[in-house]
Write a protein that binds this ligand. Sequence first.
Ligand SMILES: [Zn+2]
Length: 761
Amino acid sequence: MGNTIFKSFLPWSMAGEHVLICVAWPYANGPLHLGHVAGCYLPPDIQFRYERARGNRVLLVSGSDEHGTPITVSAEQQGITPQQIVDKFHAINSQALLDLGCMWEPNIDARGIDHGGALFNRTSDERHKEIVQDNFLSLMKAGLFEQKTMQQYYEIREDGGRFLPDRYVEGECPNCSEDGARGDQCDSCGATYEAHELEKPRSKMNPEAKIEIRDTEHLFYRLDRFQACLEEHAKARQGVWKANVKAMTKQWLEMGLRPRAITRDLEWGIKIPLEDSEWEGKCVYVWFEAVQGYLSCAKIWSERFGESADDWKKWWHISKDGTKPRHLYFLGKDNIPFHTVIWPSLIMGLNHANNGLGAADEITLPGPGDLHLEDNIPAMEYLMLAGGQFSKSRKHAVWLPSFLERFDGDTLRYYLGINMPENHDTDFNWPDFVAKINSELIGHYGNFVHRVITLAHRLEGVGNPLAQFDNPLLSEEWRSKVESLLLDVEESLNKHRYKEALRGVMSIAQFGNQLLQGSTPWKYLKPESHAQEGAAESLAALAFSWRISRLLAIATQPFIPFSAQRLWQSLGESQEISQVLWSDATDWDAEMNWTETKPVPLFKRLDLDEILEYENSLVEGQTEVKNDDPIHAVKGSKKKEVKKMSEAPEGTTYLDFNTFMEVELRVGTISAVDEHPNADKLYVVSIDDGSKEGRTVCAGLKEYYSAEQMTGKQVVFVANLQPRKLRGVMSEGMMLAADDGQGGVNLVSIDGSIANGSRVR
Ligand SMILES: [Zn+2]
C-alpha cells in the first residue's frame, strides 16, 4: 500500500466520508453546448470519480429543469406542447452526458448502495412535484410566506383571456426606447423595470390582442428573514469560496434581501397545493422548485434504489453527534447567488419548519439533525467560442451531441480540463484544440505509454517479460519523484483546481518520457543484450516506466476515463478502472500483469484542415442545420464506428508527371543526430548524401525516434527543396516518413543497401 499517500488524505477527509455532489440543472429547451460542459458538467464528474477513487461514499444529483416560460414560449412558437420539448431535450442531454463519460449511470455505486450512486432526474417527475408541494406547505405553515397583490398584463380574449408572464409581453424599453423589450427587462440596454413602465406594451404571441394591467395575488418567500444567518454563513466561507463566489454573494447581501415571488400566472409548472380558487391558473415559480431538485433527487434516489427510503439522510443530515456530510455544488457564475443566498435560505427555512418553529421564532444556522448547507461552490467562469460567449438562445455554439459524434469524448474532456474557465473566461477554438490534443495529450502522454508497452512486447518471455527487470533498489529515487508529483495532483484536486491537477498528471508522463529517453532500453531488448553493461539499469527504467503507465491509468481516470480504461486493459489489468482505488497508483508491489494483445495507440491525431473544412461546410450548409435543431447530427444518437475525420478527402488533385519529376528524391545515410539548440521538438540530422560535405536536415521526429534509433538508417530525402532556416539552423531538404494519423510515424527506408546519393524515381 502507498502509505505515504494515504496519510496525505487525512487532513482533507477520511475515506468513507459522505459526499453530496450537486450539479446545476440544465434547462431542457435546447441541447448542451461546450460552454455548459466546461462550466457545469465536466468538473463535477472529475470530482465524483476522484472522490470515489479515494474510497468516499458519493451521491451525485442533478436533472433537467423543465418548467418556466422560455419552454412555453418555444412550444407556442413551434406549435407543439411544452412536454414534447422537454421530453426531447431531456433525452438528448442525458444521453450526451453519458456519451461524454459522465457517471450518471449506474444509479447504484458498483461497491453497493452504501457507497452512494447517481440520479439524473427531471423536474416534471411526479414525485419531485409532490416533494415541492409538501415543502411549500411546511414553509407556509412556518410563517415564511407573505401574500401581495401585483400588477400584471392581462390578454383579453373571447374565451376569457389570460395573464401574461413577462416573457409574453413586448414593447418599447422605458430606458433606451428599443422595440422588442420584454415585460421586465430590456435585452438591448440591460435595464430592468416594472411591467407598467413598458411603453406600447403588446402580447408577444398575439400582438393584435387588447391587453391591460390587472391585479393578481401572489405569494412571496421571506428572504429578508434570512439576511443575518446568510451573512454569518458567508463570513464562515471566506477562506473557502473562490473570488467570484465571494464577490457576487457580497453584492446580493449588501443590497439587502427582499421577499421574492414564488408563484406566477402560468399553467406550465407545479400546481400550487392550495384549494382556494384564486390560485387556479397559477403555478410555483420555477426558481423556487428547480433548486429543490438537489434535495428531491436524493430522496427519489433512495426511494427507488435504496435499501430504505431514508438512505438519502446520510448525505443530507447533520448527525446527532455533529458529523456533517460534505456538500459541493457545481455551476456557472451566472448561478452563484441562487446557491449562496436563495437555496441556503430555503434549506434553513425547511429546517425551521421541520423543527416545528413558526413566524415568531428566530431563524438559525443548521445544527445536529438539520439539513446541511454547502461546503463549497467551485463556480466556473465562462468558456467563450472564439471570443463570443456560448449561448443556447443566440445559436452561437458547438453542441455537445454533434461534437461527440465526431470526436473521442476524452479529447474534449482533456481540452476543457486543461483549458477550464476556473478563474477567468477561457476560449474554445479549433486550432488550439488540435494543437493541445496532438502535442500534449498524444505527444506527452499517449506516445509515452504506447512506447513503453510496445517495447515490452518486443522482449521475449512468458507473462510480463518486463517483470524480471523490476528493481526496487534502482527505482527508489524515481518512486519518490513520482509520488511527490502525484501528491501535487491530489492537493490541486482537493482545492478544485482541475486545470492544475491535469497539468500535474501530464508532468508525470513527461517525467516518464525523460526516464525512458535517458535510459535507452531499446538497445537491450534482445536476450543476448541483457548481460551487457548498463542493461540492468536501462531495463529497470523500462520496468518502472510500465509502473508509471499503470499509475497514469489510475490518475487519468477522473479526467479521461475512456482512454484510462483502454490503457488499463493494455497493461493486462482486468478490473474496471473506475473501481480502482487512487492509493493503488503508488502500490509499487502490485503485480505487473500482461496481455498478449498487441498494443494500439490510445488516441488518433487530429487534422486541423479536415476539421476546418467540415466546420466551413456546416456554415455554408446553414439552411439545413438552422432553425432550432442544431443537433442535426444526433439523430439515431449512436456513435458511428468510423469517425468522419479519418475519411479520405473527397476530391483528389492530380499532379502532372513533369511536375512530379521535378522533385529530386535521393538516398542518404543518417550519420549523426543532435538536439536542435532552439527548438524542443526538432533534431538536427546530418545525412551522408554521397557528397563530400554531406547535408543537414531539421526534422520533427523526436516524439517517434531516439537519436540512437535514427543513426545509421538509410533514408529517402527531398534533395532539391529550397534550403530554409528553422529556428536558426539551415535545413537542406526533408526526409520522407509515413504517418498513420494515429500517432505512428516511421521513416521511409531502402530495401537492402544502395550507394548514398542514388536517385529515387
Ligand atoms: Zn433598453
